[in-house]
Design a protein around this ligand. Structure first.
Ligand SMILES: Nc1nc2c(c(=O)[nH]1)N[C@H]1C(S)=C(S)[C@@H](COP(=O)(O)O)O[C@H]1N2
Ligand SMILES: [Mo]
Length: 327
């Protein structure tokens, strides 16, 4: 596996960062008033923070979530790692490919279609969708099925806020997420590793769970393309691949929908894919994980937690289910 170098620095939380635009405005205001010294002092402070702050994308602030389990106290993964070590096969299968190639993704205009078993189907322009509910910051663990994990401060809101608005019918038992598949923008589509478009699905109660999130940003800024701009799903108690990036369609259906990974290897990737240290992948153990940006190659791996540590919040969804059978 292509692991980043061990970097011990603590990353700054988005809530601790003054948005770039605020600095810019304050600086030009002070300069306008002829307060050059003050502007310089501010400038060097901004510069010092620039080392730890995220990229140079537009700010997307969110209020700290009050939702149970939504704010892990664990150290967040450095932005540099979270935005350069990615899985987004539409841009290539190497961890560095998405950061390298996703620059070509056009995230405006962008529409998300909502269809199927709902009373109010529709097509949402991304800038309308953004404002559908108040933006929250939530710090979730992300555990990839490959055995690594990160801690990412997302910005977005509960998918349930959208679901309630479109009024699912009694036949809506599952939700399917369809992501963009555009050969002109996505070089990875030339490969047949997966069936395109990348599709994923959730059971209705999973989709309605407040921890299930539509994310538009991370680290206080809009999502970088490689992390799934302009909108992606985040389901923190499931393996990372359930969290589809660059979503264009949300379909409410009566039967368990097809998912790309099940289609590719059903014996390895099930529909549920809940993080579970007791159910191994057929080719490797799922008992432990390596934290990206923190654990070096020789660091002892940390234990993987049941439901990725969200058991108190989501365990009830699976009461009575055989999780070895429904893996
Ligand atoms: N459209 C799409 N979404 C995707 C993927 C992908 O290849 N294509 N990879 C998944 C996998 S395997 C993981 S681990 C997460 C990684 O998200 P991150 O790069 O933001 O950490 O995205 C998921 N969403
Ligand atoms: Mo993954």
């Amino acid at each position: 596996m292509n692991l980043p170098k061990d970097r011990g620095e603590r990353s700054i939380l988005p809530s601790e960062i003054t948005p770039q635009s605020v600095y810019r405005d304050r600086r030009s205001l002070l300069q306008g008033l002829g307060l050059a010294a003050a502007a310089t002092a501010l400038g060097s402070r901004a510069q010092a923070q620039a080392l730890a702050r995220p990229g140079k994308l537009p700010a997307l602030p969110g209020t700290r979530s009050a939702l149970a389990g939504a704010m892990t106290a664990e150290k967040t993964t450095p932005y540099q790692d979270a935005s350069t070590y990615n899985n987004f096969y539409e841009f290539g299968t190497d961890k560095a490919d998405p950061a390298r190639h996703a620059g070509t993704l056009k995230t405006r205009p962008w529409t998300v279609a909502v269809e199927g078993e709902v009373k109010k189907p529709g097509s949402y322009d991304i800038d309308t969708l953004l404002k559908l509910a108040p933006m929250e910051e939530r710090i979730y663990r992300l555990r990839c099925v490959e055995g690594w994990s990160m801690v990412i401060p997302w910005v977005g809101w509960s998918l349930a806020d959208l679901i309630k608005r479109v009024e699912p019918t009694g036949n809506a038992k599952f939700v399917q997420f369809v992501t963009l598949a555009d050969r002109a923008q996505m070089p990875g589509l030339r490969s047949s590793v997966l069936d395109w478009p990348y599709v994923e699905g959730l059971r209705m109660d999973e989709a309605m769970h407040p921890l299930t999130m539509l994310a538009f940003g991370m680290y206080g800024e809009v999502l970088p393309n490689q992390n799934g701009a302009p909108v992606r799903l985040v389901v923190p108690w499931k393996y990372g691949f359930k969290s589809g990036k660059s979503i264009v369609k949300i379909r409410f259906v009566d039967k368990q929908p097809k998912t790309s990974w099940e289609e590719a290897a059903a014996s390895e990737y099930g529909f549920y894919s809940n993080v579970n240290p007791k159910v191994d992948h057929p080719r490797w153990s799922q008992a432990t994980e390596r934290r990206i940006g923190e654990d070096g190659l020789f660091t002892k791996k940390r234990p993987t937690l049941m439901f990725n540590g969200y058991e108190a919040q989501v365990g009830q969804l699976y009461a009575g289910m055989d999780l070895k059978k429904f893996y």
